[in-house]
Design a binder for this molecule. Structure first.
Ligand SMILES: [Zn+2]
Length: 185
């Protein structure tokens, strides 16, 4: 499949050829490019010792960049069947091999950088969510305070009204008392 680049089978591990080679450093053995053809989508079938169709992979090791090979499809090497397709000396010139190795390293470097940026973005996203939660909390506090202020304003208006009525009553009582005194005189 075109997206099977996550498979580690894109690099070669063989005791005969040495351990996993690194293209571009770090522990990244993935294919730098998506496969154009699924590993089992080729003809005519090459059978492994299990008598099943072997998978066709591409090596991205430092020593054999882009060199194709067949391998038992089963995990862990399966029956151990393994065979190069391309001839070591003629499939690419040393210059092309170096170029492929450099390109492989560049792709993996960008992939790593991309991963780091995505992680940074996730972290910033989490921080942003925390900030948003804090802002929402503060907005709620402000809304509660606004409601308290509105309630207090209503109470103040009510008290003011009561106070004017009391003042009026007081004035009327004083006036009545004054009239009473004047009538007695
Ligand atoms: Zn097999």
């Amino acid at each position: 499949m075109a997206g099977s680049s996550s498979s580690s089978a894109g690099c070669v591990r063989s005791r005969a050829l040495g351990s996993w080679s690194r293209c571009g450093g770090e522990e990244d053995f993935s294919s730098p490019i998506p496969y154009r053809e699924k590993p089992l989508d080729y003809e005519a079938a090459v059978l492994c010792h299990c008598k099943r169709k072997a998978a066709k992979w591409i090596s991205w090791s430092d020593d054999n960049p882009s060199r194709r090979y067949y391998k038992c499809f089963y995990s862990g090497g399966g029956c151990g069947f393994w065979s190069w397709i391309d001839d070591a000396d003629s499939y690419a010139t040393p210059y092309v091999k170096q170029l492929l190795k450099d390109l492989c390293g560049a792709v993996r470097g960008l992939r790593k950088k991309n991963k780091e940026l995505a992680a940074d973005l996730d972290e910033e996203g989490s921080k942003m969510e925390e900030h948003m939660a804090a802002v929402l909390g503060l907005k709620k506090v402000v809304a509660d305070k606004d409601a308290e202020i509105a309630a207090l304003t209503v109470q103040v208006q009510k008290l003011r009204k009561e106070s004017s009525i009391l003042r009026l009553v007081f004035v009327m009582l004083v006036a009545a008392a004054a009239v009473g005194i004047m009538l007695r005189m």
